[in-house]
Design a protein around this ligand. Structure first.
Ligand code: ATR
Length: 273
């Protein structure tokens, strides 16, 4: 029987995950089916349980259900516990294991695909929501010289510093705390990539040769990337590589085979020109 997987979200029509996992399955010769399921906003847990009852082996979870995915897990792995959110579940009997591969996907994209080693670099993440929570530990494990979080609501960033204090030495504040600071990697983990809102980034924020990384994918030049470009940054990236890399981690976790990501990233890339 073909093993079944799915991505669950609301809305879900835009999801690239079925395409990515089909390409992985083809390339690795894995017999699996991968579909997209739109769960009702108040019906995430029921949707997961029905899929399990039908013999589903695992799911990816996307907005707005990542917190609930963590909550229904019987066995959350460390990445999910630290993020308080999960983006991949694996079913074993009636047990639900939960992982969060967003952060490792981001780090692999930056260090491997974009050839920007993070050790000793000054790294800034804009935003202090779920996307940032998932990214912090994998970023910190790369031993940057500085790991900073700036957020519109400074208190949310300070809360992150307290939550992660046992593991990470975070620098936190509002955007008004940034003037005078320079970063080698600036990551936009706010939801502004989906709107037309720029961030209040001060002049001189980007170091020479800096990388500007937008977590949103497929939107071309977002306001954040335009800001970086206007500041002279030439290394611009969106989150397509992060998306494909987190998918590859989940695929490996489910199937025990790590697919090649470069050809899939190439297929999904939208020009940033
Ligand atoms: P996610 O789970 O995708 O990270 P989230 O938890 O809703 O989503 O977080 C959204 C992030 O985008 C927050 O850091 C938010 O800042 P606040 O904590 O101050 O709300 C940030 N954000 C959203 N709109 C923004 C805007 N117009 N300017 C700056 N930051 C914005």
């Amino acid at each position: 029987m073909t093993d079944r997987y799915a991505v669950i979200g609301h809305p879900i029509a835009h999801s690239q995950s079925p395409r990515i996992h089909s390409l992985f399955a083809q390339a690795t010769g894995q017999a699996m089916a991968y579909t997209a399921i739109e769960a009702p906003l108040d019906g995430f847990a029921d949707t997961v349980r029905s899929f399990m009852a039908e013999g589903g082996r695992g799911v990816n979870v996307t907005l707005p259900f990542k917190l609930q995915a963590f909550q229904i897990a019987t066995d959350p792995m460390e990445s999910a516990r630290l993020a308080g959110a999960a983006n991949a579940l694996r079913f074993e009997g009636d047990r639900i294991r939960a992982e969060n591969f967003d952060g490792v996907g981001l780090v692999r994209d930056i260090q491997h695909n974009l050839a920007m080693p993070l050790a000793g670099r000054r790294v800034l993440i804009c935003g202090a929501g779920g996307a940032t929570r998932g990214a912090l530990l994998p970023l910190a494990q790369c031993r940057p010289a500085v790991l900073a979080v700036a957020n519109r609501t400074a208190d949310t960033a300070h809360q992150l510093r307290r939550d992660f204090a046992a593991r990470i030495d975070l620098q936190t504040g509002g955007y008004d705390s940034l003037p005078g600071e320079t970063f080698d990697v600036v990551i936009n983990a706010t939801s502004t990539g989906l709107s037309q809102t720029p961030l209040p980034l001060p002049a001189g924020l980007f170091a020479s040769g800096a990388l500007a990384y937008e977590m949103v994918y497929g939107k071309g030049l977002t306001p954040f990337l335009r800001q970086a470009q206007a500041a002279g940054v030439t290394r611009l990236a969106d989150g397509v590589g992060m998306l494909v890399e987190q998918a590859a981690e989940a695929f490996d976790w489910w199937r025990g085979v790590r697919p090649a990501t470069a050809p899939v990233i190439q297929q999904l890339t939208v020009s940033l020109a």
